[in-house]
Design a protein around this ligand. Structure first.
Ligand SMILES: Nc1ncnc2c1ncn2[C@@H]1O[C@H](COP(=O)(O)OP(=O)(O)O)[C@@H](O)[C@H]1O
Ligand SMILES: [Mg+2]
Length: 244
């Protein structure tokens, strides 16, 4: 569903921040990019979501080339990034209706879908409050609901549990597992190894713009002869990070 082939990125005249990354994400799979701050996760996710142009390399989504078919791809993906901010003076209700229209969701379906999603995430008591008055966790849950308003088959979430308390984080993680069960392809990035370990079928460890190893949490733990996945991650990071 997603293929990334030898992708690089340079900002202006900077050094490469993404250095020849390749991987693919299948239907019904959760694929995780795990790496510390500055590893290149957001840059990579934005290129895959067609918001940023790769310096070289190729990304395809559902067989479509991300360069030629950006508009078409945006209708097929649900994208959540750490950079997007909800309009602070709108309410969840207003935002939901605005994006439903943008994505041509049939009018008769909008209300039922909104109710189901708002209830699942406990948004309904806040549906008519301004975004600016809501907690970080509530804003994140609203962003997630809106990013999936068009029921996309491909889900690209950049640090979806960033800054959330453990309960909200759990809610988001359970939802991602449910989407996987529905056969969606999920690509997520995180710097939290436990999120990757609990959710992902396949984990790529990203260090300084490069995938230094890839596999299930169990496979990576065994391969590095570690006691647990946390140790495996630290071993790989120390081995490959320039300057130790
Ligand atoms: N718009 C930008 N212009 C120049 N450099 C950038 C820009 N965005 C990110 N970078 C640099 O690219 C590298 C990777 O950043 P980023 O993709 O945000 O990593 P991550 O999401 O893993 O923290 C960092 O060194 C960062 O400083
Ligand atoms: Mg980031």
């Amino acid at each position: 569903m997603i293929t990334v082939n030898n992708v690089t990125k340079r900002y202006n005249k900077s050094d490469l921040v993404v250095k020849g990354v390749s991987f693919s994400v299948d239907k019904g799979q959760i694929f995780g990019l795990l790496g510390p701050n500055g590893a290149g996760k957001t840059t990579l996710m934005q290129m895959i979501a067609t918001l940023l142009k790769p310096t070289s390399g190729l990304v395809t989504i559902c067989g479509l080339d991300s360069q030629g078919s950006a508009q078409e791809i945006r209708r097929k993906i649900g994208f959540l990034t750490t950079e997007i901010k909800l309009d602070p003076l709108s309410t969840p209700n207003q935002l939901y209706h605005f994006f439903s229209e943008l994505y041509d969701i049939p009018k008769e379906e909008v209300e039922a879908r909104k109710m189901a999603q708002f209830q699942r995430f406990g948004i309904h008591p806040f549906a008519d409050k301004k975004i600016v008055e809501l907690s970080t966790g509530m804003k994140q849950k609203i962003s997630i609901v809106i990013s999936l308003i068009h029921n996309p088959d491909v889900i690209i979430f950049d640090e979806p549990t960033n800054g959330l308390d453990i309960l909200t984080s759990r809610q988001v993680m359970d939802y991602l597992l449910e989407l996987k069960e529905q056969g969606k392809s999920v690509l997520l990035s995180t710097h939290i190894f436990s999120v990757a370990e609990q959710l992902c079928d396949e984990i790529a460890i990203l260090v300084d713009g490069r995938i230094v190893d890839q596999g299930s949490a169990v496979a990576l733990t065994e391969k590095t002869q570690s006691k647990n996945f946390e140790e495996a991650f630290f071993k790989l990071y120390t081995e490959y990070h320039v300057g130790g």
